[in-house]
Design a binder for this molecule. Structure first.
Ligand code: CO
Length: 498
């Protein structure tokens, strides 16, 4: 682990407060800036676009949303060309946004926020409330169409040049189900995306599906009946398999009808269930294995690959699902201490007769929002994961970390009162080496009351350049880099699910 001078200063400074609350202030300011002021020099090959989406409006007028995950989505675009970078941001005009703008409140069922009203009105509305299309989690391309994603089946299409909202791109419109994820995988060999849809009911089902990247055709690949569906924010993909890992945060499907609670509050933590790994073949959809392990919770898979007679599944594990409760808006805005990081863990799933799962801690480094060199290593043996880390205990994510998953070695970038978002890896097209390239990350500089786009050397985490934004950008989740001008961004998969 590297220790910088500023790190030592921070560790001995008892006056450091939690200035991260600034990252949860609504941003209403929409701009288009042709050229941001730059310190340092971007690599000449960096000529693409970083597209991100983030919750940026929390205060709707007569209602403030309850949770970070419910802020209304805003798109952000950074386009690099000839050593310069432009910046634009624009609200995603989802139905949820339009209605919130008109009514001053939340009109759809969100993650931890429901339409406001009396208890009686809310009970009545259980039967009619629509699931939100506030797609604030990630961006992707469905058959060459840019989409913003959340965990419901109505992704929102947008123009990657103008950031104008274009309508919906429904998932599996002829199949039942409401909940999906914002972390599809791109399979380069098959040129398709994979994801899953959850159908709640007396007999709930997970349905893994694919989207053909050329035709846009969607089809169900595999199906699994389930009694108590789990909250799964992402899943694993190796070259042959798709892996659903059920964390023991589960829901009784009827709870949505009979309990008057926002989405996630219907889920219960049942550690006695442990973890359940369901392994499906991509070809044919056969379930080849279900095995169990000790309970943990995770949002984000890192990578998965086959090695001999084992399937390796890596994700960022938290001890339990308490992290969700730590991300309620009132807590965050109060700057209360928080522990947002998990640890990268490895699970070895036997593909033969055994059902014994082996578990390893890849590093004790606290991290979240993991990224890999997706274009070169997704579904394959890999060496490096980058993520947003927690350097100072109790702080929000305040550093960028790089972990070597083979030997646990860790590097860190950190600066006082700076709060980086997810570091997105951009491969140097002139190299074949796994971690050769840069990381791009939107960093909130609480001291200067604005954000900057940080570019780090991905191997050493040494700063290459930074470009100053005209305002502070609220904390977001995910985005992707597309190695061409925005109007030529038609290839998915060089970016990745976060
Ligand atoms: Co995520």
């Amino acid at each position: 682990m590297q220790t910088s001078k500023s790190e030592l200063r921070q560790a001995t400074d008892p006056t450091s407060g939690n200035s991260f609350a600034l990252g949860f202030k609504s941003l209403d300011h929409e701009v288009s800036v042709p050229q941001l002021p730059v310190q340092g020099k971007f690599p000449p090959w960096l000529t693409g676009t970083l597209l991100r989406v983030a919750p940026c409006k929390y205060d709707l007028g007569r209602q403030t949303v309850n949770h970070w995950f419910d802020g209304l989505a805003m798109l952000h675009k950074f386009s690099f060309a000839q050593g310069y970078v432009s910046y634009a941001n624009r609200f995603l005009h989802s139905d949820a946004f339009q209605e919130a703008t008109k009514t001053g409140g939340f009109t759809m069922r969100g993650f931890a926020t429901d339409p406001c009203g009396t208890l009686f009105q809310r009970v009545l509305s259980k039967f009619t409330t629509r699931w939100t299309d506030n797609s604030n989690v990630n961006v992707s391309y469905f058959a060459r169409q840019a989409v913003a994603l959340t965990e419901t089946r109505m992704p929102v299409r947008f123009d990657p040049d103008t950031l104008e909202t274009l309508g919906h791109a429904p998932i599996l419109p002829d199949v039942k189900g409401v909940v999906t994820i914002a972390h599809p995988h791109y399979d380069r060999d098959r040129d398709c995306l994979y994801s899953y849809l959850l159908d709640f009911g007396m007999k709930s089902r997970y349905r893994l599906f694919s989207i053909d990247n050329t035709s846009g055709a969607q089809k169900v690949v595999a199906e699994l009946k389930i009694d108590r569906p789990a909250y799964m924010h992402s899943f694993g993909m190796s070259s042959r398999y798709l892996v659903l890992v059920e964390f023991p945060l589960v829901v009784h499907p009827l709870s949505f009808i009979f309990r008057c609670q926002p989405f996630i509050r219907n889920y219960r933590w049942r550690p006695e269930r442990g973890l359940r790994f369901h392994v499906f073949e991509k070809e044919g959809g056969r379930r080849v294995k279900t095995v169990e392990a000790e309970s943990v919770f995770a949002f984000h898979h890192v990578n998965a690959y086959e090695k001999g007679d084992e399937l390796i599944v890596d994700f960022v594990a938290h001890h339990d699902a308490g992290i969700i409760d730590q991300l309620y808006l009132a807590r965050l805005r109060a700057g209360e201490p928080i522990d947002p990081g998990g640890r990268p863990m490895r699970y070895r799933i036997p593909l033969g007769a055994s059902s014994h799962v082996r578990r390893e801690v890849l590093s004790d480094t606290r991290m979240e929002l993991p990224r890999i060199d997706y274009g070169r290593t997704a579904g394959r043996c890999y060496r490096t994961v980058w993520g947003a880390g927690t350097h100072r205990p109790g702080n929000f994510i305040d550093s960028i970390v790089k972990v070597n998953v083979e030997n646990g070695q860790t590097l860190k970038w950190w600066e006082e009162d700076a709060y980086p978002g997810e570091p997105v890896f951009v491969a140097d097209p002139n190299s074949q080496n796994e971690d050769t390239g840069v990381l791009v990350s939107v960093v909130l500089d609480a001291r200067r009351n604005r954000s900057f786009l940080l570019v780090l050397d991905a191997t050493s985490l040494v700063e290459v350049a930074r470009a100053e934004c005209p305002h502070p950008i609220p904390f977001g989740f995910h985005g992707n880099y597309y190695p061409a001008a925005a109007n030529e961004c038609r290839l998915p998969g060089t970016g990745a699910p976060g």
